[in-house]
Design a protein around this ligand. Sequence first.
Ligand SMILES: [Zn+2]
Length: 407
Amino acid sequence: MTRLLSAPWVLLGAPALRGGAPVALRDGAVALDGDTVVAVGPAAELAARFGRPQRLEAVLLPALVNAHLHLELSHLAGAVPGGAGLPAWIEEFVRARLASDPAQVAPAMVRGAAQLSEAGVAAVGDISNTLDSMEPLAAAGLAGTVFHEVFGASPDRLATARQAARARRASARPAAGLRVVESPHAVYSTDPAGLLDLLGGAPASLHLAEDPAERQFVTTGGGPFAALRARMGGPPGRPGWARSPVALVAPRLGPGWLAVHVVDLDEADLAALRACGATAVLCPRSNDQISRAAPPLTRLLAAGIPLAIGTDSLASSPSLAPLAELGALQAANPAVPAQALLPLGWNGAAVGAPRVGRLAPGTAPGLLAAPLDGLRADDPFRFLVTGEGALGRRVEWLARHRPEVHP
Ligand SMILES: [Zn+2]
């Protein structure tokens, strides 16, 4: 049976053409058969086809995508002090992880997955060292990609880590809608030859250009990441390894790869990112917490680089909510129209869930309502990114995402 819902605003989601603007229908409606979208259009037109709609005083929108988080670090919420840059944060993080209670990991992941759902998230790009996040993600109905992250600063250590990771993947229970892709952690934590090899496989995710110390490491072989790498058993860095972290890896990246953070970018880095076609995943609240730094949003937009939003883990972010993350981006970039920001939260393709983030007939991308609570929304996009609190604008599920099944 078809159910017709109408609202003052219906947002169609990610624009069909890259670079296009997302569409907002005033007095729009969505016809649903179960969770599947049957039709989207002006309320008057759809009422003529499907009968009288149920009217909601809300902004209707497709479910959201969190393209970068680490669910398995949820138990470290509030446990890692920040503000002194990434190398210092990593030291604090390692200390906090070692001191944490292993019994808290699983329940915190269940709470984290529930928080994703409460925030209107249907698909994720989750980073995991253990793959233990797959079960709570799948149980919460989340689709997307689990990036199976490996470390190893020397060839031997990386080979051992990759072997263990392969065995772990072979024994992991597959979850409908979640694919698993092996990924390196970052340039400074991976053996150089192994890094390029890892990036030569399936489209992976990489923490990239998160902190100026990364540039210092690849250009001079020194700095705080050289010290960190020595403690990880890696050989010393070499001066002149590359012009920049982006220059080092860009030839191995292409459409489908995720370059996460990209805070420290010069003009040549922007050009290299643009040329390779990788998607930049921005996590501004984490960057602020760790380094008091911010991604160069207006330069990334002007360069036409594909973008997505992520929250990073609860160890460096107040929540796993994409709308709150977009709200932070809007607050830091008030001149950027909210209409240009929302597509970052609808980039299902970035995490292997291409139907999430757009209301298209015949698909079940997940449908949300953001109640107006008596407010007028002249700009529905702006309304969505001005919700207060760690979860941002409150949303309710009207239809759930039905994940596409990955082989
Ligand atoms: Zn991360």
